[in-house]
Design a protein around this ligand. Sequence first.
Ligand code: ADP
Ligand code: MG
Length: 456
Amino acid sequence: MTEGPLLSVRGLKKHYPIREGIFNRRVGAAKAVDGISFDIAPGETLGLVGESGCGKSTAARSIVRLEEPTAGEVVFNGNGRAGATRNPDGTHPNDVTRFGDAERKAFRRGAQMVFQDPSSSLDPRMTAGEAIGEPLRIHGMDDRRRRRAIVEDLLERVGLSTEEFDRYPHELSGGQRQRVALARALALNPDLLVADEPVSALDVSVQAEILSLIDGLQEEFDLSLLFISHDMSVVRRICDRVAVMYLGEIVEIGPTDDLFADPRHPYTEALLSSVPAPDPRSTVGGIELPGTVPSPADPPDGCRFHTRCHRVIQPDGIDIDQSDWRGLLNFRDRVLAGDVDVGRVRENAVVDEAGDPSADRGANGTAGDAAVRAELRREFDIDGRIGDPGVEAAVEEAIDRLLDGDDEGAAALLSERFTTPCEEATPERTVHAEGHASTCLRHASERTAAPDRTDD
Ligand code: ADP
Ligand code: MG
């Protein structure tokens, strides 16, 4: 008999309302998690990676129901609960998001969470022993001696000794505190551990120790693990599969080896290019991931990654150097946002070129138009002539308008002439290989007709 997944997440969303004004009116929503789907098999480790602000912690908290999800389903089949049959109304009897209080308490036994910072997740007034034993007490184990025996056993399993039993968090090192947090999470013998950046707050020297510990415990306790990290090299070490998250969505998911060897989403590529590879020949190398994750309150249209993507698609009729295309779109977006201040560029250009006798000077010693033009093009990495004369002329025309103070005219020209399919179409999921899928418009032509099992 094949076993089903332990955890099945479908279309999970968590939107935080944004309120304003004296009536506290809802004016929008931060779509921190915006429809993610994945499975975790019994005993499997799934990594969830992405830059800070992508929604990883929100996803974790929504799955264990420390937060109320906005939409979606989280089916947990732990503790031998029956799996596949749905209720007549289509809901699932094991949907965590619909659990009442009693079911929720039972669920808490089966799914535990470990946080990044053990100093804030542990009560400073509780000794290590008390902290580890507390879940046992809450879940009805009244026999003190039995509790103590279990706690001592757990202490040993996480590499501490009975000496630490009576220590308070402030008397322990960061690594020891995280060991206590792990022991506490394991006290009720859960099936699933959700670990949110469990080593990110620790000294580099103890990170490896705690990672090995988690790895060992997972095996020993036969745990499924959702392991959250922003560090690709950590994920590579510990995970069977990896899900890459960007701005509330999963953009790529696949078996770890497959995903590292053959990343199919540009965002994954960019994340990987900053990781020193064990085999230097396989490094993607040097892909710039400029800026930060845009606000989830106003995500970019189409593919949410298009504003930072080095592979952003050129439309029919344009075929220029890809880095020029990226620079050109950056220029367009900054002009559209009203962020290109020619006056300021003029002032700065003077400073930059003070030592350059060939610098073009306008009135009062400020930089002349040619210097400003050069500076602008340098800033957006389109300083060479662009290969397509029509495109080159349009860029020059836009800069002319900026120099004339006609910012709106420049914005209109750029937005009319230069658009990418990536902002017009929302990419769908493409399956590349067994269990390896990504969401990028470039793969639209290779998409398989059959909808994937984990699609929502
Ligand atoms: P990550 O763990 O990947 O760094 P988070 O899940 O912490 O990301 O945050 C995702 C986004 O949701 C961020 O833009 C963050 O500002 C926003 N966010 C997180 N928690 C809240 C909250 N309680 N209220 C409003 N916005 C939130
Ligand atoms: Mg986080």
